[in-house]
Design a protein. Structure first.
Length: 153
């Protein structure tokens, strides 16, 4: 005779008989001793302290990095100001060099410091040099001198 909803007494094939699973009766948890509660309380307090210490450490690290970044920014600003100052000084020196090389300044300094004066053009005489053609001296300013010397021969 078969009962509706009943399980077979034997298993199928090689599995054999399955044990019957009985549900556990629901019981109220027994209160533990005070040591167990203290351990839970200590671990929760310890964990909380660890979290606070980690947060404080990360905060200090963040603050030190922020201070380092700010100090680096100030140093960069100082160096940029120094570069601008040196570039301005370089421009002034370039101007002074170009001014010192101008012919007017050179002539003025030669008159003032060395006591030199300008010589008129007719007061200049050139030393005679042997000419390749006839041995006569020629004035380098006079282009016609070579043709005159050639016609004398």
């Amino acid at each position: 005779m078969a009962v509706i909803g009943a399980r077979p007494a034997t298993g199928i094939g090689i599995f054999g008989r399955r044990p019957r699973v009985r549900p556990r009766p629901q019981t109220r948890p027994r209160p533990r001793s005070g040591a167990g509660r203290r351990r839970r309380e200590m671990t929760s307090v310890t964990g909380l302290l660890l979290v606070i210490a980690a947060a404080a450490g990360l905060s200090l690290f963040y603050l030190s990095q922020s201070a380092h970044v700010a100090a680096t920014g100030y140093r960069i600003a100082d160096l940029q100001a120094q570069v601008a100052e040196l570039q301005a000084e370089q421009q002034q020196l370039i101007y002074r060099i170009s001014e010192a090389r101008s012919p007017a300044v050179i002539e003025r300094r030669a008159r003032a410091r060395l006591g030199l004066v300008t010589i008129p053009g007719e007061a200049i005489a050139f030393a005679p040099t042997p000419d390749a053609d006839d041995g006569l001296a020629a004035d380098p300013r006079d282009v016609t001198a070579t043709s005159t010397n050639a016609s004398r021969q």
